[in-house]
Design a protein around this ligand. Structure first.
Ligand SMILES: [Zn+2]
Length: 156
């Protein structure tokens, strides 16, 4: 068994789509970044790469590389799933938490789980996603950004 942890933060800004867990969510602001800035999938990929002992997404998908500009993070997650295959491991389970004051994410959670599970070739029951607020505190609380945490367990 191999365990991994991932954490990511993106700033919220105007004129950007809000994509979390591969799901586009209607909101007046979106996450700012080189790719689609999908904070949840970035945390998931970092957790998997951590479990594989293969560094982090910055090394695999550098934000100085034009080929990753605006790319869907689901596409990158499929690439990471390929690295799992090459390493001979499968997903045991994955648990993630998105920290956002707004918008309300509950209506989108089941679709996020389905998107992530599909990209990883896993069952929805192996992928758990939670959403919480920080009660108005800190950078997520004042709406400056959104954070995500993820842990995974991989098995041979
Ligand atoms: Zn990120």
């Amino acid at each position: 068994m191999k365990i991994g942890h991932g954490y990511d933060v993106h700033r919220l800004g105007p004129d950007r789509r809000l994509v979390i867990g591969g799901v586009e969510i209607p909101f007046q602001l979106g996450l700012v970044g080189h790719s689609d800035a999908d904070v949840l999938i970035h945390a998931v990929m970092d957790a998997i790469l951590g479990a594989l002992g293969m560094g982090d997404i910055g090394q695999h998908f550098p934000d100085t590389d034009a080929q990753y500009q605006g790319i869907s993070s689901v596409t990158l997650l499929r690439h990471v799933a390929g690295l799992m295959d090459q390493a001979g491991v499968r997903l045991g389970n994955l648990d993630a938490t998105v920290v956002a004051q707004a918008p309300k994410l509950a209506p989108y959670i089941s679709e996020m789980r389905a998107r992530i599970a599909e990209a990883l070739g896993a069952e929805v029951g192996q992928v758990n996603v939670k959403a919480t607020t920080e009660e108005g505190l800190g950078f997520t609380g004042d709406g400056a950004g959104i954070a995500a945490h993820a842990v995974v367990l991989l098995s041979e």
